[in-house]
Every structure is written in structure tokens, then in C-alpha cells.
Design a protein around this ligand. Structure first.
Ligand code: HEC
Length: 138
């Protein structure tokens, strides 16, 4: 599948974002990435979010949650299979309210949500880009 390479490449650099940058490249902290402000808040201009594409509820999260989580975590789910009532993901607000838990369960490697699997590695990378890098609540 084309297009997968760059995603995993970015994912890799994203995963290593906490480490000091290797020599070369943008020496100073303010290498000119300051202008955009489009990558969300929280010092995203130099952090691991600086280079990730804009991923949010509209272009990823809604469809991901709908297909991967709502079978058990929608308020209208026919059978929640025991998913707790307070983990209901009908809206973007509900997902952000449990952001840390969603990341811990669904973006971990290996993930523990959905319980029987079903998300791809690309999904999980995008999930992290969304909930770690997008403007909160979007
Ligand atoms: C097949 C049904 C099913 C699907 C699909 C599913 N879950 Fe769950 N979920 C459960 C059950 C059952 C529990 C309670 C048991 C547990 O915590 O393991 C739960 C609990 C949770 C909790 C609360 C417990 C905690 O650790 O905070 C979160 C958050 C969660 N799921 C997130 C998700 C996300 C995000 C997705 C989609 C990527 C998802 N789940 C998909 C069944 C499901």
C-alpha cells in the first residue's frame, strides 16, 4: 500500500520526539516554525507535534471512534459487552474528557481496546497525533 511508508516514518520520529535532537538540522530552538500556530497548543512549534499532520475529529477521529469503539461505547449500542457507562464516546467532547484513558487503552502497543483488537497500526499513530497534537476538543 502506497502512502504507508511516510506515515510510519513520521510515526517513528514522533515516537522518538522526547529525545534530544541529533546534531545538525535546526540548531536553535526557534527555527522559524513559530509562525503557523496550526499544530495545536502547548509549544507544538518545537515539540514532537511540530511535524505531524493535522489530525482531528473531523478528518479522522469521528470515523475511527464510530467504527472501532462505538460498537460497545455508544450510548445507543445494542450490547456494550460490559463497557462502563461513563466510557461513552458519542461526541468529540466525551472522547477528549477521557483522552488519557483512550490513549492508554487504544493507542498503546499492543492496544487493549478494542478488547479483541481491530485497529491498525496506522490508526493508532493517527490516534496519537489526534489526541496528543490537535487543539483540545477538536
Ligand atoms: C467489543 C466491545 C468493545 C469495543 C469495540 C471497545 N471497547 Fe472499550 N471497553 C469494553 C469493555 C468490556 C470495557 C470494560 C473492561 C475493561 O476496562 O477492559 C471497556 C472499557 C473501556 C474504557 C474504560 C476503562 C479504562 O481503562 O479507563 C475505555 C477508556 C475504553 N474502553 C476505550 C475504548 C476505545 C477508545 C475503543 C475504540 C478504540 C474501545 N474501547 C472499543 C469493550 C469495548
Amino acid at each position: 500500500m502506497k502512502g504507508r511508508g511516510w506515515i510510519l516514518g513520521l510515526a517513528l520520529s514522533f515516537a522518538c520526539g522526547g529525545e534530544p535532537a541529533p546534531k545538525g538540522g535546526v540548531g536553535g530552538a526557534d527555527g522559524g516554525a513559530e509562525d503557523s500556530g496550526g499544530a495545536g497548543e502547548g509549544g507544538a512549534d518545537t515539540g514532537p507535534c511540530a511535524e505531524v499532520p493535522l489530525v482531528n475529529y473531523n478528518n479522522f477521529g469521528h470515523s475511527f471512534v464510530l467504527h472501532t469503539c462505538q460498537g460497545c461505547h455508544a450510548s445507543t449500542a445494542a450490547d456494550r459487552y460490559g463497557a462502563p457507562e461513563d466510557s461513552t464516546f458519542d461526541t468529540v467532547e466525551q472522547v477528549w474528557a477521557q483522552r488519557d484513558r483512550v490513549l492508554a487503552r487504544a493507542a498503546a502497543e499492543p492496544p487493549t481496546m478494542p478488547p479483541a483488537g481491530g485497529s491498525s497500526e496506522d490508526d493508532r499513530v493517527r490516534l496519537r497525533w489526534w489526541l496528543e497534537c490537535a487543539e483540545e476538543g477538536t
